[in-house]
Design a protein around this ligand. Sequence first.
Ligand code: G4F
Length: 364
Amino acid sequence: MLTLQRRYNSKAPATRYADSAGPTGTTTPQEVGLKRFPMRALITGITGQDGLYLGELLLSKGYEVFGLIRGQSNPKWEHVMQQLPGVTLIKGDITDMSSVMRALSVAQPDEVYNLAAISFVPHSWENADHTIEVTGKGVFNVLEAIRIWSGPNLDKVRFYQASSSEMFGKVQEVPQRESTLLWPRSPYGVAKVFAHYMTVNYRESYGMHASSGILFNHESPRRGPEFVTRKITQAVARISLGLQQTVSLGNLDASRDWGFAGDYVEAMWLMLQQDQADDYVIATGETHTIRELLEVAFGHVGISDWERHVTQDPRFMRPAEVDLLVGDPTKARETLGWKPKVDFRELVQMMVDADIEDQRQTSR
Ligand code: G4F
């Protein structure tokens, strides 16, 4: 059943849209009271793990979804169209403000989710300038494009920024919360801090509905194989099928607060449904070392002596490490009503199972 909560109806609760029941069957944008339906969202970084999960979530809620996609003939174009039938892709790049302005004109969004970033931390030491350009200044471009495009009616677009727990770096408090002092340890982290405070600044200077989700590590079978979770689950799948003997890793003692990406995109959406924009830590509140990750992943395929399958290689060590991340998601739980549904063990097992299936299909 569809319930509509009108933004300007004083009796309506804080949330403002059609509930999660999804579309009414109408596909033509129209005004419902003072609020448009279906809602329109523009997602930057739609080709990534989070972009795909968020696109699915918004489509299931009846949104018209637009995605910004880079490059002249991006090979990911087809993949996105397959995964998100009904999405409209617009060529553009957050490093090019004019292309963002054009995308806003085409999409006419009610909500903009900025997920675009150079997101692989080691890459940011090798390509610091590019990382700063995309992950840092790119966010300014999107905020400024929204401000200019919206004109006097800045309230018409709500903005989400994908901030990161990597901003906590050399952690100054355990667990980390919204008020914890930021101490980034990589060019990526520094760029994210810039973007985070730009978002706060647009909220405070212009009254823009701009929120940041400080997301701790979030994973899924869609995670890129360069990240440690997927690197391990892919290797475990291949080792269990006799296709590989060992996996080479870096620091096994780092601790991360890992959650499921599918749960985390729901928090992004919830942030934009609040009357007031704000910043939220999104995390499970639990931390695990890479060793524990290895134990669960190998354990799932019946291998208890995982050490004989793991080697360490200095190539995968970082110039400066983030040793201990664990978030305090109390504010998100109390204000957004958000909590993670998939726990650490379920997440790792889900990823190993998906990789086994994937390897079987590839070797057929
Ligand atoms: O999986 P990772 O590469 O993720 P990292 O650096 O924590 O960053 C991810 O999460 C952030 C949120 O906090 C995002 F902002 C960011 O965009 C990205 O999504 O590495 C996790 C840990 C690190 O401590 C690393 O040193 O795993 C350790 N590690 C050990 N061996 C390894 C490896 N990491 C990778 N990628 N590869 C290894 O072989």
